[in-house]
Design a protein around this ligand. Structure first.
Ligand SMILES: Nc1ncnc2c1ncn2[C@@H]1O[C@H](COP(=O)(O)OP(=O)(O)OP(=O)(O)O)[C@@H](O)[C@H]1O
Ligand SMILES: [Mg+2]
Length: 252
């Protein structure tokens, strides 16, 4: 995996300030389909700001974002979505009082002459969840009754159903227990195997090593390193995060 893949997404020299705080100071990276890219960095390093520019929620002050060969100065949520970039937020934006399959089709319902085509949506939801190896037995269950991991999985399934190719998750397992975390990690691995790109922000270094093909270390608004996970140790990554030590020992 890795080198032979063309980047689906390229970020060049992104800058973003909030008043006098420079959240991004010229961050650059590439992300590919078929791989899991983990973004790590201390609190305030600029991770969430970076992915918000990718989902079109924030407009960078300068720099560019290249998606599938098309270059943009900034994205809007619609442009990001149309280009296959889909961010699954921590609050997941599911409707708790609706069923599993209704949530997957939220805002994109199938209709026949104005009537909801429930049969088709139920069938396609079942196919989609099955293809992604997401085991939720009762698709008529309202999502408010499901676990955090299952809800996350439904949000990911919805993102893919709506055309997501690069799925971005900001600390997806932060509020989860062990079993839920394991299920979410398995889902993330499956996504990459099936050819989707995944960008995951995580503070859990063990998880980063278990899941990712490459690691992007952010520090003080910049990308300090973008490395193959296999080529580094967790000590390397921790010292880069904490003290800005680069791989050859220099301090940045
Ligand atoms: N809307 C905002 N208004 C003002 N400052 C902001 C805003 N969003 C982020 N910042 C600041 O920008 C910097 C980067 O924040 P960001 O949320 O990107 O960090 P992060 O790497 O995601 O941190 P964490 O690990 O805590 O989630 C921080 O100093 C933060 O306080
Ligand atoms: Mg954050």
């Amino acid at each position: 995996m890795g080198e032979q893949l063309q980047p689906f997404l390229e970020v060049k020299e992104l800058k973003k300030s909030f008043g006098h705080i420079e959240a991004l100071k010229g961050a650059s990276l590439q992300a590919k389909c078929g791989e899991v890219l983990a973004i790590v960095g201390d609190n305030g390093a600029g991770k969430s700001t970076l992915i918000k520019t990718l989902s079109g929620v924030l407009t960078p002050d300068s720099g560019s974002i290249i998606v599938d060969g098309k270059e943009y100065g900034h994205l809007t949520p619609k442009l990001a979505g149309d280009n296959g970039i889909s961010t699954v937020y921590q609050d997941l934006s599911l409707v708790n009082t609706q069923t599993v399959w209704e949530n997957i089709f939220l805002g994109h319902e199938y209709r026949n002459f104005g009537w909801l085509n429930k049969k088709k949506m139920r069938r396609e939801a079942a196919e989609l969840l099955n293809n992604l190896n997401i085991s939720i037995h009762n698709h008529e269950e309202i999502v408010g009754n499901l676990s955090g991991g299952q809800r996350q999985a439904i949000a990911v399934a919805r993102a893919i159903h709506h055309g997501g190719k690069m799925i971005i998750l900001d600390e997806p397992t932060a509020a989860m227990g062990l079993r839920e975390t394991a299920a979410t990690q398995q889902l993330i691995k499956n996504l990459a195997v099936q050819g989707y790109g995944v960008i995951i922000i995580s503070h859990n270094i063990q998880q980063v090593f278990e899941l990712s093909d490459r690691i992007c270390v952010m520090r003080q608004g910049q990308v300090l390193a973008l490395v193959d996970t296999k080529s580094v140790t967790s000590d390397d990554i921790v010292s880069m995060i904490v003290s800005g030590t680069s791989l050859n020992g220099a301090i940045q």
